[in-house]
Design a protein around this ligand. Sequence first.
Ligand SMILES: [Zn+2]
Length: 245
Amino acid sequence: MGNALQTLLLAFLELFPRGGLSSALSRTLSLTMLGFQTFRELLQPEVEDRHIWRLSSNGQYSTKSAYDGFFLGSTLFGPWERIWKSWAPSKCRFFMWLVAHNRCWTADRLARRRLPHPEYCPLCDQEEETIDHLLVHCVFAREFWFILLRQVGLLILSPQPTELSFHAWWEKASSSTADGLIRQGLNSVIILGAWTIWNHRNGCVFDGAAPSLAGALILASEERRLWSMAGARGLSFLTALLPGS
Ligand SMILES: [Zn+2]
């Protein structure tokens, strides 16, 4: 096959007198012929051809290696399981996906696009608003998490001032609980808390509301009750563990 194509290419080139083909096309054809020549020299006519599956170490095909091949070159999205496998309304999980990709329209993102933005965080009025500040570094947010997590018996997992980011804290808190209903409940609580802070922040930015820790906590309690009724088993489990419940 290689010989036949090489002969065809040579015949094609001879059809044109010098200069009759563009130099680029002529160079491409010459390189193609050179490639065939090299390929022919590498072949070992005395060795029988065999198939080698390059996606496995032993050269044998397996469905697992083929499936893994789909993800070659892909990047691992760390928090996907906490976001998409946790019990929460879809809109809240999608919000968490935006948070993970830093796609929320906080002041820093608005500023990068030269859009009007509040100079300081609308909840504490002290620092620049980023999504990590809003959800985990802000004094308002930390107090909110402290009380919310205390309400479900997980006070010890409250974010500290040293947390690097919201997702780093979430990952640490989630991995420090036993796998099962407690972790499911914690993940739901964290999604619920982040969603509540975001909505409270939007109320302050767009409706001129004043930041209210008590108001945010009342909203979170009501949401928690509704989520439990709607099937959040982890949340119901956490509530059932509380003394006097
Ligand atoms: Zn703040």
